[in-house]
Design a binder for this molecule. Structure first.
Ligand code: HSE
Length: 428
């Protein structure tokens, strides 16, 4: 991170924050500030959507026009913590056009619009920080940006979704059924309003897109990234993993291949006991970065919840006071970062009906010999091109088939150049 002049802030003394959104993370952030009066951050205005919703603060603390905060020059920092990615983009991009300093945790909004947001930040001199958008409380973006700005990274892998990890832990540890565990994750405030985003791995896909930008300088549209989730996982899959001495975890995998191309995918994966991800349980997240000279490093911390995510928001607000901004050191105009195309993935898939497993084998071009069975019913294993899985992803999901990776990503000789195309699209 580099420094802005501290005089960029209009006020001296406590920073005046305009808070947009007062859900789980907004309340967590607010509550942390109540407990840390010495942080010298004051929430001056709070904008929310619904005038009728019950809230834990007096009604006069709330207003209902977020644009008024965006345009209020007496606010030093805007903290955007709403659910709606489109409205969040409208507010954040307006604020950046005005040269404002913005902190957001909206990973879906960021992943979809990062090139456009970066252009606005650079053109108008504002600042956009979003540590809370990836891996909750773990300071991964700042570490990649500042500490690994010069050193090449070989891979960044992570459990990036607390809700799905919570569900998998409850199923494996307590034998909970999927629906009960998901209900618990929702009640604890970990899940998105639409939990499909968590369970079908759209949420960790957004986070992987942000990691790819910071770690490798790759700007990849989220829809080009394979995301397989756990909506169809059953006790038979958990038992299969256990029979191999393994656990199922949803792992984002961003890596540079020998060709120089970078691959990005998020899938359930069978992980062995010697993997750092094996012991990441419940709403915890874990991120492993492997650097060219530093080797592998692993960070673990709370990945969801009001206080852990609010703590990352506060860290960004305080970083703004020090004049920090992301350097995006790997995102250089002259650097041709290509998206790896022809990966091959080792997979396991299962469905209780053998005919459905057979159908999936046909879709994926796997031989019938891949079909096997155990006490949990029929399943199959094999090696499948990434492009085939991308093409059949929605059908596999809709048909109730659970798919997990069983090994490392292999081969990546072909690639496509994305950054200039993405930049051109977003410039239009
Ligand atoms: N729904 C997200 C999760 C919240 O479960 O990880 C934190 O981004």
């Amino acid at each position: 991170m580099s420094r802005l002049s501290p005089t960029d802030f209009a006020a001296h003394g406590p920073l005046r924050v305009g808070l947009i959104g007062f859900g789980c993370v907004g309340q967590g952030f607010y509550d942390i500030l109540e407990q840390l009066p010495n942080a010298e951050v004051s929430v001056a205005r709070i904008a929310v959507k619904s005038p009728t919703k019950a809230r834990p603060l007096p009604a006069e603390r709330f207003e209902f026009n977020a644009d008024a905060l965006v345009h209020d020059p007496t606010l030093d920092v805007l903290v955007e913590l709403i659910d709606d990615a489109e409205e969040a983009f409208r507010l954040v991009s307006t604020a950046l056009r005005l040269g404002r300093h913005v902190v957001t945790a909206n990973k879906a909004m960021l992943a979809r619009n990062l090139p456009a947001l970066l252009r606005l930040e650079r053109k108008h001199g504002g600042t956009l920080l979003y540590e809370a958008a990836v891996a909750g409380s773990i300071p991964v973006l700042r570490t990649l940006d500042a500490h690994f700005g010069a050193e090449p990274l070989l891979a960044v892998r992570g459990i990036l979704n607390g809700s799905s990890n919570y569900v998998l832990s409850c199923m494996a540890e307590q034998g909970s059924d999927y629906a009960t565990a998901l209900h618990e994750a929702q009640a604890l405030g970990f899940a998105e309003t639409d939990p499909t985003l968590d369970m079908a791995a759209f949420d960790p896909r957004s986070k992987a897109v942000l990691l790819a930008a910071h770690a490798f300088g790759l700007l990849v549209p989220p829809e080009r990234v394979l995301n397989l989730g756990i909506e169809n996982v059953t006790a038979a899959d958990i038992a299969f993993a256990r029979s191999q001495g393994q656990k199922i975890k949803v792992v984002a995998d961003v890596r540079r291949h020998r060709s120089g191309a970078v691959s990005v995918l998020v899938t359930p994966q069978l992980v062995a006991a010697d993997s750092p991800f094996y012991t990441v349980e419940r709403e915890a997240n874990g991120v492993e970065a492997t650097a060219a000279f530093g080797g592998p490093q692993f960070w673990r911390g709370a990945g969801a919840g009001g206080h852990p995510t609010g703590s990352a928001v506060l860290a960004d607000v305080l970083a703004l006071r020090r004049g920090c901004r992301y350097r995006y050191a790997k995102l250089r105009p002259e650097a041709e970062v290509r998206l790896a195309q022809n990966l091959e993935l080792n997979i396991y898939l299962r469905h209780p009906d053998e005919a459905v497993v057979g159908e999936a084998l046909d879709w994926l071009g796997l031989p019938g010999a891949a079909l096997a069975a155990d006490a949990g019913g029929p399943y199959a294993t094999g090696t499948v091109p990434l492009t085939t899985l991308l093409a059949w992803r929605d059908d596999l999901r809709a048909r109730g088939i659970f798919v997990a990776r069983t090994g490392e990503v292999r081969k990546a000789a072909q690639s496509i150049l994305l950054n200039s195309a993405v930049a051109a699209e977003t410039a239009a």
